[in-house]
Design a protein around this ligand. Structure first.
Ligand SMILES: Nc1ncnc2c1ncn2[C@@H]1O[C@H](COP(=O)(O)OP(=O)(O)O)[C@@H](O)[C@H]1O
Length: 184
């Protein structure tokens, strides 16, 4: 199973990605997590990415595309994967298709966790990540509407989009996803 999880800040993307990875026994690839770890370890990637995360801006496409290209070439992903936090722009979505074509892989579904803006904000403010201060959260939400929402149409046109109500308990959201994927 190859899945992309789409949703704004605080939509429950990482929670559902974790649950789906456990269910299908496949690795989770979370760009936010990879970047935060790189920053904590002060790697070259971390040093380049840090100023963007600190402001709630997206890191440049080339930086994240290189990261995904390398990650999808590793052996552990041969049985599938759940991508969370990528793609976030239309360009990244096109690049993913291009990359998957090259690898001879096909995306099964893009799962969009839809939650009201107020829920995104209040959930994000309730976390304690360094980039979860109010102005930064608001900027991330704004960028989500500007840059990521257009991707929904991209996947919808390709009949690859599943839209899920993310404003419910995590176990109900998961059950809803599994039902739509046609597994028990
Ligand atoms: N695909 C991506 N393209 C550009 N920037 C990204 C991408 N993925 C993660 N980032 C950077 O990492 C930050 C945190 O990502 P993530 O943990 O997915 O955030 P959240 O779930 O709170 O929206 C983003 O605000 C952005 O700066």
């Amino acid at each position: 199973m190859r899945l992309v999880i789409l949703g704004g800040s605080g939509s429950g993307k990482s929670t559902q990605a974790q649950r789906l990875c456990r269910y299908f026994e496949i690795p989770q690839i979370s760009t936010g997590e990879i970047l935060r770890q790189a920053i904590a370890k002060v790697t070259t990637l971390g040093r380049h990415a840090q100023p963007y995360l600190a402001k709630g801006e997206l890191v440049p496409d080339e930086m994240i595309i290189d990261l995904i290209r390398l990650r999808l070439k590793k052996a552990d992903i041969s049985c599938g994967w759940v991508l969370e936090g990528y793609p976030r722009t239309a360009f990244q979505a096109e690049e993913l298709d291009f990359l998957l074509d090259n690898l001879g892989q096909k995306l099964d579904w893009a799962i969009y966790l839809q939650v009201p803006e107020a829920v995104m904000v209040s959930r994000s403010l309730g976390r304690s990540l360094p980039d979860d201060q109010p102005e930064i959260v608001h900027r991330r939400v704004e960028i989500f509407y500007d840059r990521t929402v257009p991707i929904l149409e991209y996947y919808d046109r390709r009949r690859r989009l599943l839209t899920i109500n993310g404003d419910r308990l995590p176990e109900m959201v998961e059950q809803n996803i599994l039902t739509l994927l046609g597994v028990p």
